[in-house]
Write a protein that binds this ligand. Sequence first.
Ligand code: PLP
Ligand code: SF4
Length: 436
Amino acid sequence: MAETNLFHFGKSSSPYETIARSDFLNHKWQDRSSVNNVNQLEMIAGSFLKPSTLTEVKEGLKKVGMSVRINPYIMEMIEWDRFETDPIRRQFLPMLSEIEPDHPAMTIDSLGERETSPVPNLVHRYPDKVLFLVTSVCPVYCQFCTRSYAVGQDTETVKKDNVSSPKYWDDAIEYIRSHPVIEDVVVSGGDIARLKPAMIKKIGTALLDIEHVRRIRFATKALSVQPMKFFSDENWFRTIVDVANYGRALFKNVYIHSHFNHPNEVTPLVELAMRRLHAEGIYVRNQTVLLRGVNDDPGTLIKLNKKLGRVNIQPYYVYACDMVKSIEHFRVPVQEIQYLEREIRGATAGFNTPLFVVDAPGGGGKRDVHSFEYQNEEYGIIGYRSPCIDPLKTYYYFDPLRSLTADIQKEWLKPGGHEAILAELGLGNLMRLAAE
Ligand SMILES: *Cc1c(COP(=O)(O)O)cnc(C)c1O
Ligand code: SF4
């Protein structure tokens, strides 16, 4: 592998031209050098941007639910001469002109995670699996984060719940221990890349020591946004390997779940990280969020899955963007998601072809995008049932307003319009019937 490929991605000009390779490949330097606000962005990349573009970002940031954190690795990945359309930039830096008015059904916690939380930090929605939220910080912040109610710093529009704190971990672990039905634990956040090795060991061994827990997954975006973490933070890496080995000795699975959205993110550094994990027998599955202007075309998705497959990362899910406030511009209509799925299935091995899912608003869980039982194309409403969670209920997802006619958009946005439409379509009844 050519050395230059690991650094600057072979670019001729870069905001980090003068940075030593040893710094760039060090996770600590990456953390220390992160861009956390517009002033820092201006200082580091100002010369790559038109003043009007910088203003666009500044004004955009006032409207969104996520704060900014971008490390130099991601800054390098952005193609600054096509800032407006760059798929990496779009995920991490908002621009005022691209933000769209929210669909009235958008909420701050679309999946109802806070309602299905029996103890702090734990979501128990499905019968035999739980989501354990161990931290609310990440190496970078994604503008489309599902958990913007908790993750990252406060913004002008969202004050964060402080949901993840080690003081609650014991209660969560105790809850899992006292519920033998739970076999599967997703350890997520936030990002476990922000946990100290001792904390990972504590959580990992405590969970694996519970007899009925058969599998755990560590969710981390570090593999895609800070791959150097897997070779410059030896202690952290070894701890994950130790927990995986401990699990293996108990005939249990410890996997990593990653979050790659675009083929440009699968870099030679990612391959290096994967070579280490692979050598240790640790498997990685990937979850992609389908994002308009980032990966909503068949060619990009096929390329992403093939590149992931090449480095032994298994594409697992592609999620419809959740109905979280201020991310309307990222959403794609359900019919288009179904089209994308049909286009990509068959392009590579079936086991490297992800399932396209809608995480049903209101806590229905992940549903195959094709498995809907109600559809109204005119109003952009799609209904899924989820018998394992609630056999009587139908859960609705709503297409982005931009995909509807101007008249129907107006109807949705009128005060009280949302309720009127549902009543008119008999969906108020449908939901009431379902609850009886
Ligand atoms: C996604 C999720 C899980 C895991 O679901 P899988 O389909 O097995 O990946 C568990 N609990 C919650 C609350 C989730 O959102
Ligand atoms: S890495 Fe995950 S939890 Fe963190 S900001 Fe991105 S989507 Fe949210």
